[in-house]
Design a protein around this ligand. Structure first.
Ligand code: FAD
Length: 493
């Protein structure tokens, strides 16, 4: 095979692109991964912003599915379901809640008695969703193939095996709001809000929005409960994956931005890089988001009008900013995942601002620490600001984050020596996420299962032959799991 001719080109070296590349390289295929940044990892990355200032820059930690770790023999430990790091809700009066039976007792004995039942149901619901995410969805409303039917049969069997009650409760939970779901178990506002905050993490939705029952189960699945595990290890996950690609004989090129996918007679033939270099391949897999891949790298002229309309309509509503604080170590914040989510109303009001294109004055925060570095996930900071622009709003979001957190940790402000913030615009420009959408498309019920990324195209294929999608924007994503990168292998010719 000629030097610039490959069997597979994978666009993007995020975790999904690397998972797909590693499986293909393991099969002995000639594989090339092209990444526009100078480092691999996409959103699962650990970066240094100065001396003593290294941190998971966007996504905190990250867990691949255990079958991927096993198949690719990756030196990583998966979620074992037993280690559950602390998830702490910060209260204005300093009376913080750790989400476990013992601590919940201080707020409500009744809630404490229901905690284990809630965890059991959520674990069960997450395991059902995991099976759904491993199943290639049929291309409804097109006819179903025998293979589609078989996949669905397996999913149906899993649901049935879950038991009648859990099956019903799982199906009921998906369209519910997080508020409705937690109210079925708990009475304490503090407990309810802490759990509901995880439902809206990364979504431009409030805890009263329909479908946040689903996003709660989704985030529970990818985290392995409420708290982040593997804090500080995002970069390790993707560098281990990159090493696997290379050890199986695959090639990875960084600083290699794909400008165009070359198409002849509706068949993908290769790519043209921003520097003009052309590389040919039998098939192209893109882990960049569907809007970027289809509207920019392919282009409307090569796609059917209705498909273009559907792709343009994918909801990308990024509203997350990240603020990292380098401190002298005296920040006073304990280990674990902490949230500022004192009540359901507080969270809903934080979301209200995003609806009107405004930055939340009283934001929902999620906080992790890595030694001297404090990382703050800030919602809501909408990509589309109604009456300002991100060039001038960076300081505002940084100050809101610091002031809100400092109400709980008085030593924080004086401990700060440096800061680095990532706005939704930075998520687009630096990390390649269209409209700053962390999941390559909102996780909503009309962008779920056979409707992800768009109805009729949920099986990784596109109207262009030999062009496949394998990133978070397709069924199996978003979030960190590797499911989309693993599943695409099932549909390649
Ligand atoms: C702030 C933040 C918080 C998050 N929190 C969570 C969480 O709590 N739980 C969770 O599960 N998930 C979370 N996520 C989401 C999760 O990190 C992503 O959904 C997932 O990592 C995306 O992986 P991916 O491999 O599909 O895509 P990406 O990681 O986006 O990788 C795609 C790669 O493609 C590259 N690329 C794009 N265009 C081109 C091009 N033209 N040419 C070459 N390369 C290109 C990009 O540079 C990038 O490296 C979070 C994300 C962010 C940003």
């Amino acid at each position: 095979m000629a030097q610039n001719q490959f069997e597979y080109i994978i666009i993007g070296a995020g975790h999904n692109g690397l998972v797909a590349a590693a499986y293909l390289a393991k099969q002995g295929k000639k594989v090339l991964v092209l990444e526009r940044r100078s480092i691999v990892g996409g959103t699962v990355v650990t970066e240094s912003f100065g001396e003593n200032f290294a941190v998971d820059s966007v996504q905190t930690g990250g867990n691949l599915r255990p079958d991927i770790i096993k198949d690719l023999k990756l030196p990583l430990s998966g979620l074992d379901g037993t280690s559950r790091p602390a998830f702490i809700s910060l209260q204005p009066d300093g009376n913080h809640l750790t989400l476990n039976e013992e601590s919940i007792k201080r707020f409500s004995k009744k809630d404490a008695s229901r905690w284990n039942e809630f965890v059991r149901f959520m674990d069960k619901a997450a395991s059902i969703l995991d099976v759904a995410y491993a199943t290639i969805m049929p291309r409804l409303p097109k006819n179903m193939s025998l293979r589609d039917g078989y996949g669905l049969l397996e999913l149906g069997l899993e649901l049935r095996l879950a038991g009648r009650k859990d099956m019903l409760n799982f199906i009921r939970a998906l369209p519910m709001s997080a508020q409705e779901l937690v109210e079925e178990y708990f009475e304490s506002e503090i407990v309810k809000a802490a759990i509901a905050s995880v439902a809206i993490h990364g979504s431009t939705l409030g805890p009263m929005s329909a479908g946040t029952g689903y996003t709660l189960i989704h985030n529970w699945l990818n985290r392995g409960e409420l708290a982040h595990s593997n804090v500080g290890k995002a970069g390790e996950v993707t560098s281990v994956l990159a090493n696997a690609v290379k050890s199986f004989g695959g090639e990875i090129r960084t600083d290699a931005e794909v400008a165009k996918i070359k198409i002849e007679n509706q068949i993908a033939k290769g790519v043209t890089l921003s520097n003009g270099e052309e590389i040919s391949a039998d098939a192209i897999l893109s882990s960049a988001d569907p809007k970027h891949t289809l509207l920019k790298l392919v282009g409307a002229q090569d796609l059917p009008p209705e498909f273009v309309w559907h792709t343009q309509s994918i909801k990308m509503r990024g509203s997350v900013a990240k603020i990292h604080l380098q401190t002298n170590g005296n920040h006073g914040i304990p280990a674990g995942t902490l949230c500022v989510a004192p009540s359901i109303k507080y969270l809903e009001k934080a979301y209200d601002a995003a609806k009107y294109g405004e930055i939340s004055e009283k934001p929902y925060l999620e906080v992790t620490t890595l030694g001297n570095v404090v990382s703050i996930h800030f919602q809501f900071a909408p990509y589309h600001l109604k009456s300002s622009e991100w060039k001038v709003e960076r300081a505002k979001v940084e100050n809101l984050a610091i002031n809100t957190l400092a109400e709980h940790f008085p030593n924080l402000k004086s401990s700060i020596v440096n800061r680095k913030s990532i706005t939704p615009l930075d998520l687009e420009q630096t990390y390649g996420l269209s409209e700053g959408d962390i999941n390559h498309g909102q996780l909503m019920l009309d962008q779920f299962l056979f409707m992800r990324p768009i109805p009729g195209w949920s099986n990784h294929k596109t109207p262009i032959d030999n062009l496949y999608l394998c990133g978070s924007g397709v069924h199996g994503g978003g979030g960190v799991s590797g499911a989309a990168g693993r599943n695409v292998l099932k549909v390649l010719k």
